[in-house]
Ligand binder design. Structure first.
Ligand SMILES: NC(=O)c1ccc[n+]([C@@H]2O[C@H](COP(=O)([O-])OP(=O)(O)OC[C@H]3O[C@@H](n4cnc5c(N)ncnc54)[C@H](O)[C@@H]3O)[C@@H](O)[C@H]2O)c1
Length: 259
């Protein structure tokens, strides 16, 4: 129960990696708030993360809108009595050839994947600074934040940007005792990858599921990662043992990218 007494918030916690992080935090003893655009699914995860005296909270929130994130964090603090860990996990992906990318495609990806992290960090850090909470800010980057991949130029740009935000933010918030890190998953079997598999197979004619398997074979792990594989690292980053890790973007990709 290494997070006992802590309040944690997970954006994009209604499914996939975010839901696994929420469940893991709950197992670790934390109070869990799930912030997501998908209110019914967020509610279901929050209910799973509830027990007598430690009730999970679901908050409808769009991370691309600053006011929505600040209002969401305010509710977390009010309903849970504080905030110690913010995981800015919400993200979107789109498969599209570079020459077909529109301005709207770029704006949408950057709004959710980059501004979403910025707003989540700002809202959480504001509370942490005011209350002198030595908190943790953790963001979703990706192997696509370390290397460019075809058909994903805007997604890759957004995930490289997350690493920059994390480094700058870590340097600014260190005096307040706030640690800021990112996690960089590889090929994780979630609804996001199901969608990517569908889009890529439409382009290449591959059978459903084949593209996911093909990409997963790049990893030393030899299989797609599970959301729980990622949640293990986040549990570590949220807890006291990781206090000396700051400003990093840690690869948790089963062995695809080597730095
Ligand atoms: N799945 C992978 O292989 C993989 C690899 C590397 C990085 N990532 C990153 O990990 C994170 C989680 O990915 P996933 O695979 O679990 O995705 P997913 O699509 O399965 O789940 C994403 C969740 O975010 C929510 N969301 C989307 N836009 C939102 C918004 N504007 N505001 C609030 N919530 C919003 C969705 O409703 C959903 O619940 C993302 O940032 C993704 O880019 C995923």
């Amino acid at each position: 129960m290494k997070l006992q007494g802590k309040v944690t918030a997970v954006t994009g916690g209604a499914q996939g990696i975010g839901a696994a992080i929420a469940r893991r935090f709950f197992q670790d003893g934390a109070r869990v708030a799930v912030l997501d655009t998908n209110a019914p699914k967020a509610k279901a995860v929050a209910e799973e993360c509830s027990t007598a005296g430690r009730v999970g909270v679901a908050i409808e929130c769009d991370v691309s809108e600053r006011a929505s994130v600040f209002a969401g964090v305010e509710r977390v603090v009010k309903e849970c009595g504080g905030l110690h860990v913010m995981v800015a996990n919400a993200g979107i992906c789109q498969v599209r050839p570079f020459m077909q990318l529109t301005e709207a495609d770029w704006d949408r990806i950057l709004a959710v994947n980059v501004k979403g992290v910025v707003f989540s960090f700002q809202a959480a850090a504001q509370h942490m600074i005011e209350t002198q909470t030595r908190g943790r800010l953790i963001a979703a980057s990706s192997i696509a934040g370390h290397q460019g991949y075809a058909m994903l130029a805007h997604y890759c740009a957004s995930k490289f940007a997350v690493r920059a935000v994390v480094q700058a933010c870590a340097k600014e918030l260190a005096p307040y005792g706030i640690n800021v890190n990112a996690y960089c998953p590889g090929i994780v079997a979630t609804p996001m990858w199901e969608n990517m598999d569908r889009q890529l197979s439409q382009m290449t004619g591959a059978a459903p599921g084949e593209t996911l398997k093909k990409y997963a074979r790049m990893a030393l792990l030899g299989r797609p990662e599970t959301p729980e594989d990622i949640a293990g690292l986040i549990s570590f980053l949220a807890a006291d043992d990781s206090v000396a890790i700051n400003g990093q973007a840690l690869l948790v990709d089963g062995g695809i990218v080597f730095v």
